[in-house]
Write a protein that binds this ligand. Structure first.
Ligand SMILES: *[C@@H]1O[C@H](CO)[C@@H](O)[C@H](O)[C@H]1NC(C)=O
Ligand SMILES: *[C@@H]1O[C@H](CO)[C@@H](O)[C@H](O)[C@H]1NC(C)=O
Ligand SMILES: *[C@@H]1O[C@H](CO)[C@@H](O)[C@H](O)[C@H]1NC(C)=O
Ligand SMILES: *[C@@H]1O[C@H](CO)[C@@H](O)[C@H](O)[C@H]1NC(C)=O
Ligand SMILES: *[C@@H]1O[C@H](CO)[C@@H](O)[C@H](O)[C@H]1NC(C)=O
Ligand SMILES: *[C@@H]1O[C@H](CO)[C@@H](O)[C@H](O)[C@H]1NC(C)=O
Ligand SMILES: *[C@@H]1O[C@H](CO)[C@@H](O)[C@H](O)[C@H]1NC(C)=O
Ligand SMILES: *[C@@H]1O[C@H](CO)[C@@H](O)[C@H](O)[C@H]1NC(C)=O
Ligand SMILES: *[C@@H]1O[C@H](CO)[C@@H](O)[C@H](O)[C@H]1NC(C)=O
Ligand SMILES: *[C@@H]1O[C@H](CO)[C@@H](O)[C@H](O)[C@H]1NC(C)=O
Ligand SMILES: *[C@@H]1O[C@H](CO)[C@@H](O)[C@H](O)[C@H]1NC(C)=O
Length: 375
């Protein structure tokens, strides 16, 4: 009974040795090309087009444009090993045309950036290994085009969060060895880990590194309560403008409804209400003040002159006060239309006092001067 495993091991070892020594190994179904540890800086261009397995492990490939061009021609490729190379960025469409690729290993490179459409076209890809790189930011959007993805290895990167944006289905995920920050930002990942059937490999070692209170807790177990996120955001709301308030309350609603709906990994995008609200208010304010100014200029030139000279003297004041003054000056001009010219300066003086009593020092100076000269 003990003999069987040892024979298996010997058979496996000889298999591995064979594939390492032979650069090409052509059987009826597979065409394998293996060139490891040769300091290659380019993907060889003289390979068979029907190649199915390409291993270029431990070279100096950076996956530049010419490399991508060459890769594109291997439309039968099923396995691609580019681990232990010098790739730093995965640009959009790095592997397009490889529609039959099932295994892609780009572990042990120096990848710090993965563009959103980097894996576009890999319809059959089932195993993706991105472990031992330097990825700091990533979300599930980068993988949603991978319809067949089952295993994703993100071990030993620099990820603090991993946002699950749309329905994302996996059989296995490896997340250990990242500096996970167990705050509200990690909540969607935790909800997804809990709700979906994904197996997290090495779960006991996939721990929070921040904050200190949650250090060494598994990211699946760490107590991130949606209620905590609520209070955290509520205290934030007291100090922010209404526009940001709107946005954060939408986020809050998003987070809390996730819990009640039993979350299946989907998340609605935030409404862009905040920005359009500010814009609308700005346009309205501008149009209103301009209209008032023009109206004043047409209807009563004298008051316009007063207003202009008034504005000149008050240059150092801020905009909202200017607006207030314009508005009060305009309102005050309505009753004067029926009145006589002589009464006007006094009446306006009183009106302005009524609207802005805290600024009387300034106003008195100006109007007393003009009143005196008119008399
Ligand atoms: C090619 O690979 C097959 C298994 O995939 C193996 O049995 C055969 O010995 C290999 N041939 C060479 C020349 O290495
Ligand atoms: C792949 O192409 C080479 C050279 O064109 C040929 O010798 C080999 O039989 C082909 N293998 C398969 C599986 O198509
Ligand atoms: C690869 O390059 C390094 C230094 O650049 C050198 O030491 C090593 O021998 C080279 N390896 C091969 C297989 O050429
Ligand atoms: C992409 O694949 C198609 C066939 O599916 C092929 O005709 C085309 O030449 C390939 N593109 C490149 C750049 O090799
Ligand atoms: C990559 O593709 C995504 C989605 O198709 C696009 O939004 C983004 O701008 C692209 N990035 C670059 C650098 O082209
Ligand atoms: C890459 O990740 C896959 C899936 O976790 C694993 O099976 C494989 O051994 C890894 N490859 C390397 C070189 O670590
Ligand atoms: C998890 O698996 C169970 C049984 O295998 C299945 O009924 C359920 O729909 C699965 N849930 C998800 C979110 O895939
Ligand atoms: C993970 O930790 C739990 C509780 O600490 C323990 O019951 C379980 O056996 C551990 N699993 C592994 C694979 O070490
Ligand atoms: C996920 O499940 C664990 C226990 O399995 C629990 O401690 C944790 O609070 C759950 N997280 C969420 C967000 O429901
Ligand atoms: C949120 O989820 C937790 C654990 O899944 C549950 O105990 C709690 O009652 C839920 N809260 C609401 C408001 O549904
Ligand atoms: C998952 O979310 C989608 C979109 O929000 C919804 O249509 C679907 O019913 C949800 N499925 C489950 C099992 O909750």
């Amino acid at each position: 009974v003990n003999m069987k495993p040892s024979w298996l091991v010997i058979w496996a070892v000889t298999l591995v040795l064979h594939s390492v020594t032979a650069v090409y190994n052509i059987t009826s179904q597979t065409v394998t090309y293996e060139e490891s540890g040769k300091n290659l800086s380019d993907i060889p261009s003289n390979l068979f087009q029907n190649i199915t397995k390409l291993s270029l492990k431990n070279n100096k490939i950076t996956l530049k444009d010419t490399d991508k061009e060459i890769l594109r021609s291997f439309i039968n490729l099923i396995e691609l090993y580019l681990n232990e190379n010098l790739i730093t960025v995965l640009y959009n469409n790095s592997f397009c045309n490889l529609t039959k690729l099932v295994i892609l290993d780009i572990s042990n490179n120096h990848i710090n950036t993965v563009h959103k459409a980097a894996f576009a076209g890999l319809k059959q890809l089932s195993v993706l290994n991105l472990s031992c790189n330097a990825i700091t930011q990533l979300d599930s959007d980068a993988f949603t085009s991978l319809e067949s993805l089952m295993v994703l290895n993100l071990q030993h990167n620099f990820l603090k969060f991993f946002h699950i944006k749309s329905s994302f289905i996996l059989i296995k995920i490896v997340l250990a060895g990242n500096p996970w920050t167990c705050s509200c930002e990690l909540l969607d990942l935790q909800l997804w880990l809990n709700a979906s059937n994904v197996t997290m490999e090495n779960e006991n070692n996939t721990v929070c590194t921040f904050p200190n209170t949650m250090e060494k807790f598994s990211i699946k177990m760490a107590a991130i309560q949606p209620a905590d996120c609520k209070t955290e955001r509520a205290s934030l709301e007291n100090t922010v403008t209404p526009a940001i308030k709107l946005k954060s309350s939408a986020l809050l609603r998003d987070l809390t409804t996730d819990n009640t709906t039993g979350n299946n990994g989907t998340r609605a995008e935030l409404p862009l209400l905040g920005k359009s609200w500010i814009f609308l208010a700005g346009v309205l304010g501008f149009v209103l003040s301009t209209t008032l100014l023009i109206f004043t200029a047409i209807k009563c030139p004298t008051w316009y002159r007063y207003l202009i000279s008034y504005s000149h003297r008050r240059l150092e004041e801020n905009d909202s006060e200017m607006f207030e003054q314009e508005f009060s000056a305009d309102v005050s001009s309505f009753p004067t239309e029926s009145g006589t010219n002589d009464e006007d300066p006094i009446e306006t003086l009183e009106e302005i006092h009524a609207f802005a009593p805290e600024e009387d020092g300034f106003i008195e100076d100006k109007y007393i001067d003009s009143y005196v000269t008119e008399e």
